[in-house]
Design a protein around this ligand. Structure first.
Ligand code: NDP
Length: 284
């Protein structure tokens, strides 16, 4: 039997409706609307689309949404100055510097310059540390969205084996920490993992965050497993595809996220959720 499809679009829509309601309540009570500022350096076409979508979503949620466009040759100190200005602006509750940054700018330094209380991307070391130690920081939007989807689908994590393929600070590592916090037994795989197919085959839950179209084959999936595909790749025909060979994997998996329409929409929804939370915290 083919796997159940996990509809990220629908789950994201419900999160966004919830956030919109919370933001309206906050505005009615305090006169303050959550403020999100997205900084875009350069004109990478993919980044431009992401930033536009984030701005649109923030508008729809009733936020004050701003975008700062800087030229590709912006010097690092100039960008740091922009971040410092946003840190000091009480109407800005969330700051997002769109990655990747041009090579001459040290992204780590820029992320570390963001006030952790406004780091709605959850990438500042303080927030990463809070996730590691079980504190209430901001969780990176994509892994946070994954957890939300699993919760929505009532996937039992306690005692289950979760296999995360990919160990980036953006997705793999925080996803693993979140699954661990829910008492899953977690294995993190990466490019040096030996016999990856055998490891993936032991996963009751598989999170694929690799960036290689269709790399995870259907024969690697344990029957009934829940498969979360984070990958956003282009196939030979230029079509968007995930890291999992979807048509194969859906024959074996119990549930699976499609690409597009799976994890992608959740990322934006959780950005709104984090920004609304940042505004609430700033006012309490
Ligand atoms: P990174 O490139 O930062 O990390 C990729 C990870 O995959 C690394 O840990 C790397 O291992 C591992 N890897 C690479 N090749 C292999 C291999 N052959 N076998 C096993 N592991 C391998 O990517 P991100 O984490 O930022 O993103 C992953 C994917 O998710 C991309 O397709 C990206 O576009 C997508 N994405 C989607 C989002 C969404 O909203 N849907 C948001 C963010 C990302 P090593 O560390 O050893 O190099």
């Amino acid at each position: 039997m083919a796997a159940r499809l996990i509809d990220g679009k629908a789950i994201a829509a419900s999160v966004r409706a919830e956030v919109r309601e919370k933001a309206a309540e906050l505005a009615a009570r305090t006169g303050v609307r959550p403020g999100l500022t997205v900084v875009l350096v350069g004109d990478d076409p993919a980044s431009r689309v992401y930033v536009r979508n984030k701005g649109k979503a923030a508008d729809e949620a009733g936020f004050v949404s701003r975008q700062i466009d800087l030229p590709a040759d912006t010097k690092e100190p100039e960008l740091l100055e922009v971040v410092a200005r946003l840190n000091a602006d009480p109407s800005v509750h969330g700051i997002l510097v769109q990655l990747p940054l041009p090579k001459h700018i040290d992204a780590k330094k820029v992320i570390e310059a963001i006030d952790p209380r406004k780091d709605v991307d959850g990438l500042h070391p303080v927030n990463a540390g809070l996730l590691f130690t079980g504190g209430a920081g901001f969780i990176p939007c994509t892994p946070y969205g994954i957890l939300r989807m699993l919760d929505h689908e009532k996937v039992e994590l306690k005692g289950k084996h979760a296999v995360v393929v990919g160990r980036s600070n953006l997705v793999g590592k925080p996803a693993a920490m979140l699954l661990l916090s829910r008492h899953a037994t977690v294995t993190i795989c990466h490019s040096r993992t030996e016999d990856l197919p055998s490891v993936v085959r032991t996963g009751d839950v598989v999170v694929a965050a690799v960036g290689r179209g269709g790399m995870i084959r259907g024969s690697w999936i344990k029957p009934g497993a829940v498969v979360i595909d984070v990958g956003m790749n282009r196939d030979a025909a230029g079509k968007l595809c995930g890291d999992v060979a979807f048509e194969e994997a859906r024959q074996t998996a119990g549930a699976i996220t499609p690409v597009p329409g799976g994890v992608g929409p959740m990322t934006i929804a959780m950005l709104l959720q984090n920004t609304c939370e940042a505004a609430l915290r700033a006012l309490s």
